[in-house]
Design a protein around this ligand. Structure first.
Ligand code: 11C
Length: 341
């Protein structure tokens, strides 16, 4: 016997990946529903490359009673209205939006990092999925924190346009093409030209001069890993379609060499260490796209502090950063709480 799973926001970048990953990982399902806004009713969505298609149902009229799990990738507006209804109907919501992440009654889960925190889901019947840039970073940081205690992290991100949805991907494509044919188009989704450029601005500005994306990396890391860890983030949009990269500098409580860190990361769950210290001996987003791993490269000691390391971290933001992490949460929920069969 399997689960009845609804994917809400099934027509978006993340929703489509959720359907694909449920099929790839053979998540035990008796039934899957693709749920979206009423504009998409009847639209056929292919489940990954499986050849199987499902017809979209309207979120407005969807009855969550009798469904075990709803994976929400619908953005904060629809989530605010429908996630509490789904949860009240007895369906466990795994939400990819930022709406509930900092709610003390909602666990914020990265299964490789803080699986035990999932037990708190019964308070609201909702589990939150972190921001993509946080998810890959904490996968890389957790084993190092366990080994040597992280005091402070300084991270700069290189985030792909798919983090801004299909409109972001379309804008990079159209702008690049338009520049090549000598007929540039004005920015619409992004605040400045994204083709052949980088933009040090993701999400809205806060009073202290940081952005909400940067704030999320600070507070989500504390909630998932350890409130004592200090994080300073600069988040930058780059002209890459899929895959977020991060340059991470870490200051530790205790001594840890680059070699020890490499040995630890090689064995750590969810991580692929690719660190050859030679031309091309590192991973770039083009290679990480379509994959579930968090890749770590360029591990080296930082001699400017007593115990410090720098590293490079790359992952597919639509997969580990969103859809894969959500499906891993569903698997964890199944193993620990919603046993079937
Ligand atoms: C981006 N990280 O790359 C964002 C997208 O809070 O889930 C995901 C925003 C979020 O633009």
């Amino acid at each position: 016997m399997g689960y009845r799973v609804a994917v809400v926001g099934a027509t978006g970048n993340v929703g489509r990946e959720m359907l694909a990953i449920l099929a790839e990982r053979e998540f035990p399902m008796d039934e899957v529903a693709a749920v979206a806004s009423s504009r998409s009713i009847g639209m056929e969505i292919e489940i990954g490359d499986s050849g199987r298609k499902v017809k979209c149902k309207s979120l407005e009229h969807f009855d969550f009673a009798g469904w075990d799990i709803a994976l929400f990738a619908a953005g904060s507006g629809p989530t605010k209205e429908y996630a509490p209804k789904a949860a009240a109907a007895g369906c466990v919501v795994i939400d990819n939006s930022s709406l509930y992440r900092m709610d003390p009654d909602v666990p914020l889960i990265v299964p490789e990092v803080n699986p035990d925190a999932i037990d708190g889901y019964t308070a609201r019947n909702i589990i939150a999925n972190p921001n993509c840039s946080t998810a890959q970073m904490v996968v890389a940081l957790k084993p190092l924190h366990d080994a040597a205690g992280i005091k402070r992290v300084v991270v700069s991100t290189y985030q792909s346009v798919s983090g801004a949805g299909k409109a972001g991907m379309d804008e990079l494509f159209e702008q690049s093409r338009a520049i090549f044919v000598g007929d540039p188009v004005a920015p619409a989704k992004f605040t400045k030209q994204i083709a052949f450029n980088v933009i040090p601005h993701i999400d809205s500005f806060l009073d202290d001069g940081s952005t909400k994306e940067e704030w999320k990396m600070v507070v989500e890391t504390k909630k998932i890993m350890d409130p004592k860890i200090k994080v300073n983030a600069t988040c930058v949009r780059v002209p890459v379609f899929v895959g977020h990269s991060e340059s991470i500098n870490i200051e530790f409580e205790r001594e840890i060499s680059a070699e020890q860190a490499q040995d630890i990361l090689r064995e750590a769950p969810g991580i692929m260490l690719v660190d050859k210290r030679e031309d091309g001996g590192y991973v770039t987003p083009v290679e990480a796209a379509g994959d579930g791993a968090t890749y770590v490269s360029r591990v080296r000691e930082d001699p400017t502090v007593e115990f410090g390391l720098s590293l490079w971290c790359v992952s597919d933001n639509l997969r580990k950063g969103a859809a894969l992490n959500a499906v891993q949460i569903a698997e964890l929920l199944g193993r620990r709480h919603l046993k079937k069969g």
